[in-house]
Design a binder for this molecule. Structure first.
Ligand SMILES: Nc1ncnc2c1ncn2[C@@H]1O[C@H](COP(=O)(O)OP(=O)(O)O)[C@@H](O)[C@H]1O
Ligand SMILES: [Mg+2]
Length: 481
């Protein structure tokens, strides 16, 4: 994501994501652990609370049924007075349970002081039967209160049994549990974060190893690939791509080295001969004609050097893809005709007839295409024996537009054909001649810029140099080849 495209909140959110992979993993791990802990804690707390409440409800229900059972035997006020002790027994041995009896507005069996106070506050009728009252009494104790009414016969009025259950313990247990849960949860999360940090460091250590290895790659060691054996499966693809990149870089680097070595080698001979010429000429007094002659000789050599430098620059630019190529429809036949016109005098002088056959249009850079045609034709005229015809065929071959220049010549070995396109390669044992050995290299660069190809094919008594362009919408089919 490019930050320029993000709006402000998204940018802010993105800025929160740590740049370090380890930190990111630790964060993710910690967040998920925290979520799990929270969920677990909440569900534990819930079940503990339900469990404790259930226990208290059961305890209270038990007492209620005992009270109801006692009330069944009580009909009159006398029965009541005789049974007070039995009611008192309900609470015996149950520290949390308090029982009291209220009759005619006074306690005939008194519960503990706080319970009496709560009942006094609300009135005994307030929490009859189903309606359990939960009340936070004095001393921070929590009570559940319930009163059960019973009507006496003979105008004795109603008696209320008050049951009170001290549920403070349950609350305490819950609170204690919650505190423990928080603390252990926090400790667990911290521990998990530390573990995650350690795990992330361990897990990512192969990256550091790869980085250290990559650190050792230099121009001289481009060919030394990063070792892939002890690399984890997930990183294999990455290391393999890096290795392929190193291969490509190494290849480019080698060809660059070769290029500069070739240039130095090619320039040395002419520069040496120019130097020698100048030294010899200056070694003694010369006539004006002699100076003129020397300068003429130098001029030729300098022109060739100039051509070579320009050609090298062209190739260097083309290989760096710097030469932007314009694409316009180029009618190949017309271009060939114009080049042939230019070469006519030379052809006539050597008795070489040039035939053009077919027509097709390609999309491309006209000056460049003309330069390629010129290079091929000048070669054909120069390397074909005098009197031998030269043929240019234009047409389609499959999905491609093709232009071929054919001429007779000494047979060229199959293995040599490819090499002719290399820089500074001159065949035919004519080194140091007027050619620079760059003509075909330029042709190949031009074709590469057009997405096409250039190759040489041996004929029965000669050679054909073929240019192929991928067939574009402007390519017209004229002749089937
Ligand atoms: N039409 C051709 N017929 C025979 N040989 C050729 C032809 N074109 C090129 N060659 C061979 O390929 C070599 C390389 O050609 P080129 O790259 O144009 O360099 P140069 O023409 O400067 O020598 C030539 O020296 C020649 O030996
Ligand atoms: Mg040439």
């Amino acid at each position: 994501m490019r930050s320029g495209r993000l709006n402000a909140p998204a940018r802010f959110a993105a800025s929160l994501v740590p740049r370090s992979l380890s930190l990111r993993l630790v964060l993710l791990f910690t967040v998920s652990t925290t979520l799990v802990f929270l969920l677990l804690g909440a569900s534990l707390r819930h079940s503990l609370r339900t469990e404790l409440t259930q226990r208290d409800i059961e305890e209270l229900h038990g007492k209620v049924s005992v009270v109801v059972h006692h009330f069944e035997d009580i009909r009159t006020a006398d029965d009541l007075e005789r049974s007070v002790a039995r009611f008192a027994d309900i609470g015996v041995g149950h520290a949390r349970v308090q029982i009291g009896l209220v009759w005619q507005g006074r306690w005939i069996l008194a519960p503990s002081e706080p319970v009496m106070r709560i009942v006094a506050t609300f009135g005994v009728a307030r929490f009859e039967r189903q309606d359990v009252l939960e009340y936070l009494g004095p001393g921070g104790r929590r009570w559940w209160l319930l009163s059960i009414p019973h009507r006496l016969e003979g105008g004795g009025g109603a008696v209320h049994a008050v049951l009170a259950l001290d549920v403070t313990d349950a609350t305490d247990v819950q609170e204690h549990f919650q505190t423990t849960l928080w603390l252990s949860g926090l400790a667990g999360i911290l521990l998990m974060a530390a573990l995650a940090w350690w795990t992330a460091r361990q897990g990512l250590s192969p990256l550091n190893r790869i980085a250290a290895e990559a650190e050792r790659v230099t121009a001289q060691r481009l060919g030394h690939a990063l070792s892939i054996d002890d690399v984890p499966t997930e990183l294999r693809g990455l290391v393999a791509s890096i290795n392929r990149m190193l291969d490509r870089l190494g290849e480019s680097f080698r060809s660059l080295e070769q290029f500069s070595a070739d240039i130095a080698h090619e320039l040395r001979t002419p520069v040496n001969s120019l130097l020698l010429q100048a030294q010899v000429t200056l070694s003694r007094e010369r006539s004006l004609d002699e100076y003129r002659e020397t300068l003429h000789g130098s001029l030729e050599e300098l022109e060739r050097l100039n051509r070579m430098v320009a050609d090298m620059l062209f190739i260097a630019r083309a290989e760096r893809d710097m030469t932007s190529i314009v694409r316009e429809p180029v009618a190949l036949r017309r271009e060939v005709e114009e080049v042939v016109e230019y070469f006519e005098p030379l052809g006539a002088e050597r008795g070489q007839a040039i035939t053009i056959d077919g027509e097709a249009t390609v999309r491309g850079d006209r000056p460049m295409i003309r330069r390629a045609i010129t290079n091929l034709l000048s070669n054909a005229l120069r390397y074909a024996p005098p009197g031998a015809p030269v043929t240019v065929r234009i047409g389609r071959s499959g999905a491609e537009v093709m232009l071929a220049v054919e001429n007779r010549c000494e047979p060229i070995p199959e293995g040599e054909l490819e090499r002719l396109f290399d820089r500074f390669v001159r065949g035919g044992g004519k080194p140091g001649g007027e050619g620079t050995g760059l003509g075909l290299a330029i042709v190949r660069s031009i074709m590469a810029l057009h997405g096409g190809t250039a190759r040489a094919r041996a004929l029965a008594h000669g050679v054909a140099f073929e240019l192929r362009w991928p067939d574009g919408p402007d390519a017209e089919k004229m002749t089937e080849m």
